[in-house]
Design a protein around this ligand. Structure first.
Ligand SMILES: [Zn+2]
Length: 68
C-alpha cells in the first residue's frame, strides 16, 4: 500500500526563507521586508534601542569623569 504524500510536498512558508533586506549593524541580525529601521551614519539598524546602543557603543562613566 502506498501513502500519497503529495499534499505534504509543499510545506508552509518558512520564515527563514524570507528575503533578507539588510544586516543590522548593531546586533548583526537579519532585517526583513516591511521592518522599520534606524539609520545612523548610513548604517542600518533594527528599530530597537538595544541595537542602537550596541552600534554606538557609548562609554558608561560617572558624570564627574565625563566633565573632566
Ligand atoms: Zn539589530
Amino acid at each position: 500500500m502506498t501513502v500519497n504524500l503529495d499534499r505534504f510536498a509543499q510545506g508552509p512558508p518558512n520564515p527563514a526563507d524570507a528575503k533578507v533586506m539588510a544586516e543590522c549593524a548593531g546586533c548583526g541580525g537579519e532585517i526583513y521586508p516591511h521592518e522599520d529601521v534606524y539609520v545612523v551614519d548610513g548604517e542600518i539598524l533594527h528599530n530597537e534601542w538595544e541595537c542602537l546602543v550596541r552600534y554606538i557603543d557609548p562609554d558608561v562613566i560617572p558624570i564627574e569623569e565625563a566633565l573632566k
